[in-house]
Design a protein around this ligand. Structure first.
Ligand code: FES
Ligand SMILES: [Fe+2]
Length: 438
């Protein structure tokens, strides 16, 4: 299968708006679309920024909201105590939720140029993604366990692992700036596969899915992609909080892998137009929807407590991703890999730009014609296998949250993470030289 492409469009330019034809089919075939200034184009830029400030105001008071308005959402963590984050997120959810139906309608008309009925998820997602080093430094300010999902980076997943519809379109809207280093990863090389996950909804360590696409967005820009794309959050290795609100929609009836998905009743039917009949239909549909939701919650009370997919459905997923890089054979003449220990490998087996595991603990990469490096196999963040990572500039990039680790120093931009050990492999003497991380 050809890898999906990324297209940039702007809603102001007529020629580019022609590109929007069949946009929904294109997104559901894997194309990733960036709509520049989407909120400005639908007239919701100020109101969504104000909605977030309103959530902050309700949770923490006027003074802090005014400071963030002044400094930008990027300075969120400089103003807010981390123990206020749950309350800020909750209040922002409430405010944004009331705007969601109108925003969904506008997007359907302006971006998707669709006149027929559609469905949208009742609860948009609100995220203030604080820099990783700040979370570590200030972890005493909050209960990590309770707010794990709000301060940690999401690992690679398909949305259907969490019982979302398989035909959902994600509209991921930057409210503040999104930079490389605090954004989103999309893995186009495995598009079309449904990878297996662990029973608690995490990617398995032995999966290989190639390099990630990353995006820089200005406030108001929207990234539109199929929820079945494997995607994850970047670990926030910048000094800025990233603030994004995301909506999910389906343009036809939502389709679920699990017919009892708890999200089944969170998708609201809507007409794209305004006017008496549309309002009336919407009113009737909503009433019916609320009654069905209540009945369902009574019948299925404890059935779907966690939103992770059941083992029966997991067993239907594809077995594997792309082929995992194969181990190359090495001989070592002593156990400890420091100083003058001999490590013998056939570096001709290594192609330029390739990473291969060489043992349970180490992998090797040929970063240019003259340099082969050997380094620790596991990421200091959450232990992803770096043999499944990729090379970018002088770094190995972690496959799970896109952390770049420098292959000279072993350090990443996150000061609070341990360095990894990196050794230079010298072919002539068949030795490795280097120092282990302190
Ligand atoms: S960046 Fe998270 S596991 Fe490597
Ligand atoms: Fe997701």
């Amino acid at each position: 299968m050809q890898h999906p492409t990324v297209t940039n469009i702007s809603l102001h330019d007529h020629a580019e708006s022609m590109l929007q034809e069949k946009i929904s089919e294109r997104v559901l075939s894997g194309e990733v679309i960036i709509v520049r200034q989407s909120l400005q184009a639908i007239g919701y830029f100020e109101s969504l920024q104000e909605a977030s400030l309103n959530g902050i105001r309700r949770a923490t008071g006027q003074e802090k909201a005014a400071k963030i308005k002044n400094k930008g959402f990027e300075a969120f963590h400089e103003v807010i105590n981390l123990d206020e984050l749950p309350s800020v997120t909750h209040h922002t959810y409430e405010v944004v939720r009331s705007l969601a139906p109108k925003i969904a309608k506008k997007l359907i008309k302006k971006v998707f140029q669709q006149e027929k009925a559609f469905y949208f998820e009742e609860y948009p997602n609100v995220r203030f993604h604080v820099p990783y080093d700040i979370v570590v430094q200030r972890k005493d300010e909050f209960n990590t366990f309770a707010w794990n999902g709000k301060v940690t980076a999401h690992g690679p997943h398909h949305d259907s692992w969490y019982q979302c519809p398989t035909n959902s379109i994600n509209i991921w809207i930057a409210i503040g700036k999104v930079k490389i280093g605090n954004g989103l990863n999309i893995y186009p090389q495995v598009y079309g596969k449904l990878l297996p996950c662990t029973k608690d909804g995490k990617i398995q360590r032995d999966q290989y899915f190639g390099s990630a696409l990353n995006f820089e967005l200005e406030p108001g820009d929207a990234l539109i992609f199929h929820g079945e794309h494997l995607h994850s959050s970047e670990i926030n290795s910048t000094d800025a909080t990233r603030h994004v609100i995301s909506l999910r929609m389906t343009l036809d009836k939502p389709k679920f892998l699990n017919p009892h998905s708890p999200y089944k009743y969170d998708y609201i039917y809507s007409q794209p137009n305004d006017g008496f009949w549309e309002e009336f239909t919407q009113f009737v549909v909503r009433k019916f929807h609320n009654i069905s939701k209540k009945i369902n919650s009574i019948i299925a009370q404890e059935k779907n407590q966690n939103y992770i997919i059941s083992p029966e459905i997991i067993s239907k997923f594809d077995d594997t991703s792309m082929a995992f890089p194969q181990e190359i054979s090495v001989k070592t003449s002593s156990r400890k890999l420091v100083g003058d220990t001999k490590l013998i490998l056939d570096s001709k087996e290594l192609k330029l730009g390739e990473i291969r595991p060489i043992s349970q603990k180490l992998c090797a990469a040929k970063i240019n014609e003259r340099r082969v490096v050997v380094f620790d196999r596991y990421c200091p963040h959450e232990g992803a296998d770096l043999a499944a990572g990729y090379l970018r500039n002088d770094c190995v990039v972690c496959p799970w949250h896109n952390l770049p680790i420098n292959l000279q120093s072993g350090a990443s931009p996150c000061q609070s993470l341990q360095k990894i050990s990196v050794f230079d492999y010298q072919e002539e003497s068949q030795k490795i030289k280097g120092s282990e991380a302190e």
